[in-house]
Ligand binder design. Structure first.
Ligand SMILES: Cc1ncc(COP(=O)(O)O)c(C=O)c1O
Length: 373
């Protein structure tokens, strides 16, 4: 891990590059907006740490009102628990005995939830929890339209819930009902239709649970693209949104309810790069490429410089066209880029450099960076 690219009190221009910049004012507004909306709607906010990968961010989300955090990986849960987070849901399947033992070890320090979609996984998790003498909260993941993990809604969900309820070391808590494919559907009515289907799938499963003498105290799901629909459904009890804190270009590309751009949240996350070459005719090159931001959802966008258009990237280089600009770049100039996709971009950095009014105020470790096991 590298040292931070800056010190507190430095000006933006003095930050070493490439660096991950967090506009703290915009970040605070995003965090507060989602937290107050969740409180208003009467649902819990269990913000997703797969996005931010940092116990420092998690602590701020919880201070603003989040009930806890979601993670996808045991390593992420370990980083959060050692950073003081006491309520973590693994919104994913964990199967290997070694991983389940690590998760069970965390359950003596924090409330730990885990998703299930297979009876064999129930047996393995029950053994791990029993070995450690702890209780893990089990959520049955139902496939509400994403076609990733999850049992079919209805009877299959209730059958698995019964196995969890009967397994030593496990407690049946509820349902995981996240519809990932709905989040980035471009038109709001398409997203709404997809989530209406998810809500029906949850209701069908709740009826099957009731017939089996069980009930789900938690129904967890939703992301940044659809959170209002789940929150207002009367069926979901928790929101798992993650990207809302940062707002990337992928989310900027979907529409709001009236067809206008999706403007729920502000861009707070940037990659700061520096111009390393102006030798080309009509373009310059910055020191940030695919090792500084992810490219799978498209290139980043240049922020705050008129006439600069990001052309393409290789591992260490970003090529930027200057289109008729009155602001030509000089060697060493700093260029801010808005990433296409926040999660994999953050996972490339060791530090958030938190900036207010052009001055570095905070340096936060990305302590779950690379925690993929
Ligand atoms: C299970 C789960 N919940 C929540 C989220 C958060 O979604 P978003 O970052 O779009 O808010 C994700 C993202 O992929 C996810 O996989």
């Amino acid at each position: 891990m590298q040292d931070p690219p800056s010190e507190v009190g430095c000006a933006l221009d003095e930050i070493d590059t490439p660096a991950l910049i967090l506009d703290l004012d915009a970040f605070d507004r995003n965090v507060a907006k989602m937290a107050s909306y969740a409180a208003f709607a009467g649902v819990g906010l269990r913000a997703h740490a797969k996005t931010h990968k940092s116990s420092a961010v998690a602590r701020r989300q919880i201070a603003a009102g989040a009930v806890g955090q979601c993670v996808q990986k045991v390593g992420e849960a370990e980083a959060l628990v050692s950073g003081g987070i006491r309520d973590v849901l693994v919104s994913n399947q964990v199967v290997a005995a070694t991983k389940l033992d690590r998760l069970a070890a965390l359950a003596s320090q924090a409330q730990i939830g885990l998703c299930f979609d297979d009876p064999e996984q129930v047996i393995a998790a029950s053994r791990a929890a029993s070995r450690a003498g702890v209780v893990i909260n089990g959520l049955v993941e139902i496939d509400v339209g994403m076609a990733r993990c999850g049992v079919p809604p209805g009877r299959a969900g209730a059958d698995l819930a019964k196995r969890i309820a009967d397994a030593p070391g496990l407690r049946f808590e509820g349902l995981q009902a996240y519809h990932g494919r709905a989040q980035h559907l471009p038109a709001a009515p398409e997203r709404e239709a997809a989530i209406r289907g998810a809500i029906r799938a949850v209701q069908q499963t709740q009826e099957a649970l009731a017939a089996a003498g069980l009930s789900a105290s938690t129904v967890s799901g939703a992301g940044t693209g659809t959170f209002r629909i789940e929150a207002e459904s009367g069926v979901y009890t928790e929101l798992q949104a993650g990207s809302y804190a940062f707002m990337d270009l992928e989310y900027a590309g979907i529409s709001g309810p009236d067809g206008t751009p999706f403007a729920e949240f502000e861009h707070s996350l940037f990659v700061l790069s520096a111009v390393i070459s102006v030798a080309g005719a009509g373009w310059c090159v910055v020191d940030a490429g695919l090792k500084s931001f992810s490219g799978e959802k498209g290139p980043p966008r240049v922020h705050g410089r008129e006439g600069y258009e990001f052309l393409g990237m290789s591992d260490e280089h970003g090529k930027i066209a200057m289109l008729d600009t009155a602001d030509p770049p000089r060697l060493g100039d700093k260029v801010m880029l808005i990433p296409g996709h926040c999660d994999p971009t953050i996972n490339l950095h060791d530090w958030y450099v938190g900036v207010r009014s052009g001055v570095v105020h905070e340096l936060w470790r990305i302590d779950a960076r690379g925690a993929s096991r």
